[in-house]
Design a protein around this ligand. Sequence first.
Ligand code: ADP
Length: 427
Amino acid sequence: MQIKNICCIGAGYVGGPTMAVIALKCPYINVTVVDANPNKTKAWNGPLENLPVYEPGLAEVVKEARGRNLFFSDDISGNIDKAEMIFMAVNTPTKTEGEGAGMAADLRYIEACARDIAKHSKSDKIVIEKSTLPVRTAEKIKEILEENSSNIHFEILSNPEFLAEGTAIQDLFKSDRVLIGGDETEFGQKAVAALVDIYANWIPKEKILTTNVWSSELAKLASNAMLAQRISSINSLSALCEKTGANIDELSKAIGMDHRIGPHFLKASVGFGGSCFQKDILNLVYLCKYYGLDEVAEYWHQVVKINDYQKDRFAQKIIDYFGGDLTGKRVAILGWAFKANTNDSRESAAIYIAEKLYKAGAILEIFDPMVSEESIFRDIDFYWEASKIEDLTSRISVLGSISTLDLSIDAAAILTEWEVFKTLDFS
Ligand code: ADP
């Protein structure tokens, strides 16, 4: 089956970069990314220096493909109808209310997306889950598609995204693996083959792994859980190092030189952030509980609990240093993004640490090279429930440049590993 038109629903951190790379590598396919938020598509069509997602190398890819075979559009219905293959790349946050609140994935966006696909499709479609979803969501999507359409065949594939923010474009160019899950039926296998053909334009065939749908859905959750588990493991040991006089960097090096363990993801930190790790683990915990696997659920839940402990411990050390009260103390918050080389701050450790310091009385001076003042205040508003806090701006300011940081501050919390912080003259 030759695919000529792809539609991707959701122009966010996953949809935008992934589709830009598919368009770049497959010039014979028209790739259109649609989004319900017109400001998003407008920004994707705007100046390259202000794209809604910052990723090294992304602007160059967009520059080459945009207008040639990469398009960003508000016309959701028209582009669904035109495409033979539709990617679902909408957000799947953790549920905030109802059954599974605080744990299960909120599937309302994915369900709305499926209803849109059913409503606007006039021919058979291959529908691809790109967003990270609980195992067996494909079943639910199929149900919605079939209930809301007639005489159209939908084939659902799972093709989870493994890119890491900050290196998304490199990860997409040289993926460790591409995972495609499909039904073991004839139609299912044809759809899998069509998607394999697309990736085979730049990914070596041996790195394209095909599985059944459930394995593919679960592999994404499990991968993120294993990565996060390494971080929590090393962070838990950092607490023990501080008590015993062992050095966590020396420990990481010694552990990581064992080829069975390897050196990656063994750097102690203030805890992981980002939209995926916590959400995916909680999702896994919820699934385990749902199936009555309480011990397994508790095992994975501990990864998140250690992460919360590490964030709390870091902030508490600063508070303790000043005798339990930060009133009048000026603390620089260096870094707001959840990691370097991204403007994404979802679930960033900086948000939680800044909140704890603020609530202990500190005056905060925040700087991040990529996260705007507007986004920082939006995060504060959202995560701190700041509507309940009076006169926020009298104790919080956001610096436009690191050179404006007044070095008479009482403390600096370096919370994102941006290069620029490594060369600051702290003396
Ligand atoms: P991710 O990190 O998973 O890419 P983002 O929040 O960055 O998540 O992006 C998801 C995008 O999906 C947002 O731009 C949002 O506006 C869009 N979106 C959510 N639901 C729908 C929908 N039903 N139709 C079209 N776009 C949607």
